[in-house]
Design a protein around this ligand. Sequence first.
Ligand code: 4NP
Length: 157
Amino acid sequence: MSIPTRPAVLFVCLGNICRSPMAEGVFRLAAQEAGLDVEVESAGTGDWHVGNPPDPRAQATAQRYGVDISHYAARQVEPGDFRHFTHIFALDHHNLADLRAIAPSQGQAELALLLDLVDGRQGQSVGDPYYGGDEGFEQTWADVSAAAQALVKRLGA
Ligand code: 4NP
């Protein structure tokens, strides 16, 4: 009899200051509310913002929905993450390609686009809100929330 692995989920975007911390925050809350025992983290493919808290606009958007992400600190994804995590979700196609390029041959993690979890959104990217206005952060929140609900259902089944 094998011991089931506790799921460990990593969300990955470019800077780890906008989209993936929002995905981490909303999924942490959804998993907690569902009583799901799961490890959750986020990371970026780039290293520009390592150690920084989420973008103030991402923090404010999450806060409006009751989620505090102000204490998160950005980190860069590393090949070892493919061995530690069971699921790695890329926020967009560039992130997915960058992740495939560093994935070790013996990683256990299932790698997919985040919106592949959402019916009717398969193959789509979560748009990068960094250079746009506040409405971009609202759209990001809607996208990562839909994915979080779908992931809770899938892992809880
Ligand atoms: P994120 O957004 O990948 O959703 O965290 C970005 C953050 C920073 C930059 C680009 C996107 N940047 O170019 O610094």
